[in-house]
Design a binder for this molecule. Structure first.
Ligand code: SAH
Ligand code: SF4
Length: 398
């Protein structure tokens, strides 16, 4: 088959971060604040300093352990303290606009955030785990040529509240919060989180870090750091910070074995090339054999899937505790590539296996609802585009 044409795309980065407070003088949202921030906010609202430790613990548990958002239901707080909280704060998560459930059980939520923007969140149930794929930005500034999100211009970074809120709204939908008074939490429907939705998490580092700190906090949602995987296209300066300040597992969108091809597939490679990226990964703090870096490798027919590529990959990964996750390309309307054949994918995997690498082939999930990796793009954006396409020329040009 003829290789798909590939062309270099420009790198742009015009990231806009909105302040933590609700816009237009609204009350601050307690969701998404780190413990230190919430402590300061409670004091500023009139909580006496000597009571703040206890109050913080109580409010934190209501919000993140019990999933309670209504101050009136926080029954171990005095009535007038509940009134004080209600006067100063809100406890809000983003609104779910639509939910789609795939024939394989995958759920995709279209979520509306402040400003009317939308992001997608995907829940993937498996026998031994439930993985929630969350977004870190609306759109993406990067323009990886195989990624649907990459065709959507970045609108803005998500706040820490919006990042944590995605986990909370999924737990709402799955009915995962414990029953009142029942502390023996056995259910773990959302047992793992992957930052593999829309956006480049390392271009929104602080908010992703703060959001993940909240999610990992042992008094609340309490997901261990090894249950969180952050996927980056290769933002080299932030890689060591990911280990030091978040401590979660790392996945890297590698996708090519020569700079020539990676420059096109993952254009950030023009800024930090393969050698620079691998140096940063070799230095990834605390890396042990039990905590390997996942190298994601999208299988694009006759673009990056040859046997030579597999052998080159083995050489490149030498000395790095690595596992390779092969992702059969998920096609989207207008995509310039085709998925590699099963034979080519298996031949590639075998070469890596024989060299000692764990090389799972990712099973695409939720394809019928366009929930698979790299297919996410906000529905309004899609509708807007198709409206423009279908509109009479004069209107479209306006
Ligand atoms: N921006 C981050 C995280 C989001 S993308 C990153 O690039 O790593 C999550 C994963 O899906 C990445 O490995 C990405 O390269 C991959 N991906 C993107 N589009 C895809 C597609 N159409 N088919 C299969 N995988 C895709
Ligand atoms: Fe952005 Fe990741 Fe898609 Fe590249 S693969 S455009 S970095 S979301």
């Amino acid at each position: 088959m003829t290789p798909a044409p590939i062309s270099a795309a420009p790198i742009t980065q015009d990231v806009l971060t909105i302040p933590r407070k609700t816009p237009k003088g609204g009350k601050p949202n307690l969701v998404g604040m780190t413990r230190d921030q919430m402590r300061a906010a409670l004091i500023a609202a009139g909580t006496p300093e000597k009571a703040v430790k206890m109050r913080l613990g109580q409010v934190w548990q209501w919000i993140y352990f019990w999933g309670v958002r209504d101050f009136d239901r926080m029954t171990n707080l005095a009535k007038d303290y509940r009134a004080l909280l209600a006067e100063h704060f809100v406890v809000e998560v983003p609104e779910v606009v639509t939910k789609q459930v795939s024939t394989d059980g995958t759920r995709k939520y279209l979520v509306r955030i402040a400003g009317g923007h939308e992001v997608e969140v995907v829940y993937i149930p498996e026998t031994d785990r439930g993985t929630l794929c969350i977004s870190s930005q609306v759109g993406c500034t990067l323009t990886c040529t195989f990624c649907h999100t990459g065709t959507q211009k970045l609108v803005r970074n998500l706040t820490a509240a919006e990042i944590v809120g995605q986990v909370m709204l999924a737990r709402d939908d799955l009915g995962e919060w414990p029953n009142p008074g029942d502390r023996n939490v056995e259910t773990r429907l959302v047992s793992n989180i992957v930052l593999m939705g829309m956006g480049e998490p390392l271009y929104n580092f602080e908010n992703v870090r703060d959001g993940m700190k909240v999610v990992m906090d042992g008094e609340g949602i309490a997901l261990g750091r090894r249950r969180i995987t952050l996927s980056t296209s290769g933002v080299v300066p932030e890689i060591a910070r990911t280990a030091n300040e978040i401590g979660c597992l790392l996945a890297v969108s590698f996708h090519a074995t020569t700079d020539e091809v990676r420059d096109v597939l993952v254009p950030i490679n023009k800024k930090w090339n393969i050698a620079t990226l691998l140096d940063a990964l070799r230095d990834y703090p605390n890396l042990t054999n039990s905590e390997r870096i996942t190298f994601e490798y999208v299988m694009l027919d006759h673009v990056n899937d040859s046997k030579e590529d597999a052998y080159r990959l083995i050489e490149l990964l030498r000395g790095i505790p690595a596992k390779v996750n092969l992702i059969p390309f998920n096609e989207w309307p207008g995509a310039p590539y085709k998925r590699s054949s099963g034979n080519r994918i298996h031949a590639f995997a075998d070469i890596l296996h024989n060299a000692g690498f764990s090389t799972p082939i990712r099973t695409p999930r939720g394809e019928d609802i366009m929930a698979a990796c790299g297919q996410l793009k906000s529905a309004t954006e899609k509708q807007r585009k198709s409206a423009l396409k279908n509109a009479p020329k004069a209107t479209a040009a306006e």
